[in-house]
Design a protein around this ligand. Structure first.
Ligand code: BT5
Length: 266
C-alpha cells in the first residue's frame, strides 16, 4: 500500500466526526487544495464534507492573489461544502464561523488564539492560520463553498520565508512541542462539524457571540484599509454577512466587507 493511502486510513481511523472529512483525499503535493476543490466541483459529483489535504502546495493562495507559503510543516486543506440546506449561505459568514472552530481547536492544546477580521487567527500577535472561502458551482448548478484552511504547525522561525518571519508563528514556535498535523486536523474537523451544525440550525448568534469573544476588536479604535484607502474609526458591530460596521471619527458609520484592519493601541 502506498504512503498516501496509509495516511488517509490512519486519519479516518481516528476521525470522530459523523460526516465531515469522511471522504478524504491526501496528496503529497498540489498547486493549491482550493484550486483542486474548485476543479472537482465543476467537473464531477463531490460529496459534501469532502476534504482535500496536501503535504505541500506550490501555489498556495491567500486573498487578492496573495501567496500562502505552504512548506511540508503545516496543515493545508480545503473543505467542500454543499450549502443548499444551510440557513446562511454567505461565504464570509462561513469564514467567521470557521475561525471560531479553529480557535476552539487550539484551546484543546491550551493555546489562546485571537481572531482578526476577516480571516486570520493570531497567537501572540502573529499569524498562525489563514482562511480562504470561495464559491463554486456544480454542473447541476448547486452552490458549494470551498473553505481553505492553512495552519502553521511545526515550522521553526527559519522555515518561514524572510518576508513573513516576523509576522508568522506556528504551534511549535509557541509551545515548543511538535504535534501531529493529522491529530490537529481531526480536532479541527470535530469542532467545525459542531459549528456547521449550528449554521444549519440557524444558531448564528452563538457563532457571532463566540467570534466577538475571541476577537479583540469590538469597541476598539482601528485603522481600516479598504480599496487602496484608509480611515480611522471605532468597531461597532458585525452582522450575519460578516460585514463590519465602523463609526468614523466624523461620526459616520461605514460598512466594510473586505480589506484589513489594524487595532490602534490605547
Ligand atoms: C489568508 O489570506 O490568510 C488565507 C490563507 C489560506 C491558505 C489555505 S491553505 C489551504 C488552502 N489552499 C490555498 O491555496 N489556500 C488555502 P490573506 O489574508 O490574504 O493573507 C495572505 C498573507 O499572509 C500573505 O500576503 C503573507 O503576508 C501572509 N502569509 C503567507 N503565508 C503565510 C503563512 N504560512 N503563515 C502566516 N502568514 C502567511
Amino acid at each position: 500500500m502506498n504512503n498516501e493511502i496509509l495516511i488517509v486510513k490512519k486519519i479516518l481511523s481516528q476521525l470522530k466526526t459523523k460526516w465531515l472529512g469522511k471522504s478524504l483525499f491526501f496528496y503529497k503535493n498540489v498547486t493549491s487544495t482550493n484550486d483542486l476543490a474548485l476543479q472537482w466541483i465543476n467537473q464531477k459529483v463531490v460529496k459534501t464534507g469532502s476534504i482535500i489535504i496536501a503535504n505541500t502546495q506550490t501555489a498556495g493562495r491567500g486573498r487578492f492573489k496573495r501567496k500562502w507559503f505552504s512548506s511540508n510543516k503545516g496543515l493545508w486543506f480545503s473543505i467542500i461544502l454543499n450549502i443548499s440546506n444551510y440557513n446562511n449561505k454567505i461565504p464570509d459568514f462561513f469564514t467567521i464561523a470557521t475561525s471560531v472552530g479553529i480557535v476552539q481547536a487550539f484551546e484543546t492544546f491550551k493555546l489562546k488564539a485571537t481572531i482578526k477580521w476577516p480571516n486570520d487567527v493570531f497567537l501572540n500577535n502573529k499569524k498562525i492560520c489563514g482562511i480562504l472561502t470561495e464559491v463554486g458551482y456544480s454542473p447541476q448548478n448547486e452552490k458549494f463553498l470551498i473553505i481553505g484552511i492553512g495552519v502553521n504547525v511545526n515550522q521553526s522561525r527559519k522555515d518561514f520565508p524572510i518576508e513573513i518571519q516576523r509576522y508568522a508563528t506556528s504551534i511549535f514556535l509557541e509551545k515548543k512541542i511538535r504535534i501531529s498535523k493529522f491529530k490537529l486536523l481531526q480536532i479541527i474537523l470535530s469542532k467545525l462539524e459542531g459549528i456547521f451544525l449550528k449554521i444549519q440550525k440557524g444558531e448564528h448568534e452563538y457563532i457571532l457571540t463566540a467570534w466577538k469573544h475571541h476577537t479583540k476588536i469590538m469597541g476598539r479604535q482601528v485603522e481600516v484599509f479598504n480599496n487602496n484607502k484608509s480611515f480611522f474609526g471605532e468597531v461597532q458591530k458585525i452582522d450575519l454577512n460578516g460585514n463590519l460596521y465602523i463609526r468614523t471619527d466624523q461620526g459616520v458609520v461605514k460598512k466594510i466587507n473586505a480589506g484589513e484592519i489594524r487595532i490602534l493601541s490605547v
